[in-house]
Design a protein around this ligand. Structure first.
Ligand SMILES: Nc1nc2c(ncn2[C@@H]2O[C@H](COP(=O)(O)OP(=O)(O)OP(=O)(O)O)[C@@H](O)[C@H]2O)c(=O)[nH]1
Ligand SMILES: [Mg+2]
Length: 244
């Protein structure tokens, strides 16, 4: 994807009750109990900060926006972080396009536990799921236990897509987080479309050559086309990405 296209992107946030979409994506939010997943979701999607009870199972919200000409729905699954529900919630990971793994910058244990969340995620979700790492509660800098550099390094070492520090309390980076998630998924969609178009063009070109009889060696190209097609079909397995 050309950088120029990425830079020229236009977006607009749509109301929560907006109904008709071109693209729908499932996002799950995981991480230890108390790191602020529910507060982060509330602040990012509804601009409110309120103390909530520990989540049981999961809570569901929508974040809708238009990127360029596409109407996009993010269905956000805020899961519970309590150990006792761990096996229950891993079933929710299926078909997610993107996972947000949250730790609290004031709690080193929640940072050290990221590995176990990744392990659960990899078992249940597709291998190409995008991951955003989030260090929440950055308003509490005085009692910070995890440096920003440590978070950034972890993100880089594990090939995650993006890293954010956020504060659900002040709203720092919370809206931005969901906008960036939507952009990542939108670009992934464009990439898949681009590959599909390349294959179609390639097949059509071969067909034309066959008809005109210009290229008698056209048979030599066919295995290449088949190979390409197979690759894209595999790439295309983003079941979470539905065109409504
Ligand atoms: N100072 C500060 N407190 C926060 C922030 N985010 C959440 N909290 C507090 O952290 C506590 C836990 O927040 P939740 O959003 O319920 O945590 P959770 O990750 O959803 O927890 P589970 O539902 O049990 O998995 C609450 O008391 C929040 O008020 C933040 O950014 N800054
Ligand atoms: Mg919660």
């Amino acid at each position: 994807m050309e950088e120029k296209i990425k830079k020229n992107i236009k977006y607009e946030i749509l109301p929560e009750d907006f109904k008709i979409f071109d693209l729908c994506f499932k996002i799950i939010i995981i991480g230890d109990s108390g790191v602020g997943k529910t507060c982060l979701t509330l602040q990012g999607t509804k601009n409110i900060f309120q103390d909530t009870n520990s989540t049981v199972g999961f809570e569901f919200s929508n974040f809708n926006l238009k990127i360029n000409d596409k109407y996009i729905n993010l269905s956000i699954w805020d899961t519970c972080g309590q150990e006792i529900y761990r096996s229950l919630i891993s079933g929710f990971y299926r078909n997610c396009s993107l996972a947000m793994i949250v730790y609290s910058i004031t709690d080193i244990k929640s940072f050290n536990n990221i590995d176990s969340w990744i392990k659960d995620l990899k078992i249940q979700s597709s291998p190409d799921v995008k991951i955003i790492l989030i260090g929440n509660k950055c308003d509490l800098n005085d009692i910070r236990q995890v440096s920003k550099e440590k978070g950034e390094m972890f993100c880089k070492d594990n090939n995650f897509t993006m890293f954010f520090e956020t504060s659900a309390k002040t709203g720092f980076n919370t809206k931005n987080l969901f906008i960036e998630a939507a952009k990542i998924l939108y670009f992934e969609y464009l990439n898949v479309q681009e590959k599909k178009n390349n294959i179609i063009n390639c097949i059509n070109e071969n067909k034309n050559n066959n008809i005109k009889g210009v290229n008698n060696n056209v048979k030599n190209h066919i295995p290449v086309v088949k190979k390409l097609k197979r690759e894209v079909i595999q790439d295309d397995v983003i079941p979470n990405q539905c065109i409504c």
